[in-house]
Design a protein around this ligand. Structure first.
Ligand code: FAD
Length: 322
């Protein structure tokens, strides 16, 4: 009986959400009176996962797991979970995590709950989770009655806890061969933004109100001053003003930064589906009736072309880089 967490990496670097998930898994394991096993696969990061709460670190080192493949990763995690008697498996709700979790739940014959935003409530056999639903418009409280569960946690939902304990990385072969890998990667397009949008704590986003791609230097200047990632609405990426990798919303990426700043975005329900769980939302729009103001913590009725440079200037002054 153990809690197993999947610590995801991107090209030899752990994702920030992996540290969150290990800290989350440790707290969960403690409340269940068991241990937390972190699993890394393939070209993993180098940090010691014991520092984030792992009691054990198993590294799947088969040669055929170097490239991400949901079927293969689910198979590897299934093997580690079964061999180590894990009853609860925690995965980050990232692109990769979302594709692995249901496959793994079927293999484990486990309950599946996705999109968690906090620790479960545990009382005796009761395991009650709080999860987002209806494109993050509502929160559902769900009791998982199956003693085996796979749960996914939305990145940026749990604080990373750093400890001074360390664990040794144990290499493990899942016996996965080339014949298990049924897809071939022919090309990879890497997002090259300075701050990765899915991991960003601060996001500066803009919509059609910015009038055209030539004005995005104003958005990038503020993002650079803040150390934020840039995002955009769907029409902006449809018109190729910005790359699709910046498109947030129902049909784009779902994010949960600490601060989401929206310039010239109306706040359609499909946009809010991807950003509505942000901790603080700040909306800048010329139209006082723009629907986004209803979801905002702070709002400025104003012209993005005036507000953006003023904010950038002020941020630089505060940071002493004016
Ligand atoms: P607009 O609706 O044109 O709004 C522009 C805003 O800018 C207005 O509120 C205006 O008042 C303001 N403005 C204008 N000039 C200025 C200025 N100088 N300064 C400040 N403000 C200014 N949209 C998404 O974003 N993400 C999705 O994932 C998504 N998925 C969709 C899925 C479906 C099935 C459908 C039907 C739609 C989807 N949409 C999505 C589209 C969505 O419905 C909206 O059409 C879209 O979000 C509007 O983008 P926008 O706010 O940039 O543009």
């Amino acid at each position: 009986m153990a809690v197993l967490v999947f610590a995801e990496s991107d090209n030899g670097v752990y994702k920030k959400s992996s540290f969150e998930i290990v800290s989350y898994g440790k707290t969960l394991a403690t409340s269940l009176g068991t241990s937390c096993i972190a699993v890394s696969i393939g070209n993993a990061g180098t940090e010691n996962l014991g520092n984030y709460g792992a009691d054990k670190h198993i590294h799947v080192s088969d040669a055929s797991v170097q490239n991400f493949n949901p079927q293969v990763y689910a198979k590897a995690l299934n093997k580690v979970a079964t061999d180590n008697g894990a009853h609860t498996i925690v995965i980050s709700q990232t692109y990769s995590g979302k594709s692995i979790a249901p496959l793994l739940a079927i293999k484990q014959n486990a309950a599946l709950a996705t999109g968690l935003v906090s620790l479960p409530e545990i009382e005796g056999d009761r395991f009650r989770v709080k999860k987002t639903c209806f494109s993050s418009k509502a929160i559902a409280h769900v009791s998982l009655t199956n003693p085996k569960r796979v749960i996914t946690l939305i990145p940026n939902s749990y604080q990373i806890n750093i400890t001074d304990s360390e664990v040794a990385k144990e290499d493990f072969s899942c016996g996965i061969s080339e014949s298990d890998v049924n897809t071939t990667i022919t090309a990879t397009n890497k997002v090259t933004g300075k701050v990765v949008l899915t991991e960003a704590e601060l996001v500066v986003s803009a919509g059609r109100g910015l009038k055209g791609p030539v004005n995005w230097n104003l958005v990038e200047d503020l993002a650079d001053a803040l150390g934020a990632a840039t995002a955009c609405s769907k029409p902006v990426s449809d018109m190729e003003w910005r790359p699709h990798s910046e498109h947030v919303g129902q049909t784009g990426i779902t994010i949960k930064p600490n601060l989401y700043m929206a310039f010239g975005i109306s706040g359609a329900i499909q946009h809010l589906a991807g950003v509505g769980s942000s901790k603080v939302i700040c909306v800048i729009n010329t139209d006082p009736e723009a629907p986004f103001f209803k979801a905002a913590d702070y709002g400025i009725v104003g012209d993005a072309f005036e507000v953006l440079p003023k904010l950038t200037k002020r941020v630089k002054e505060i940071k002493g880089v004016a």
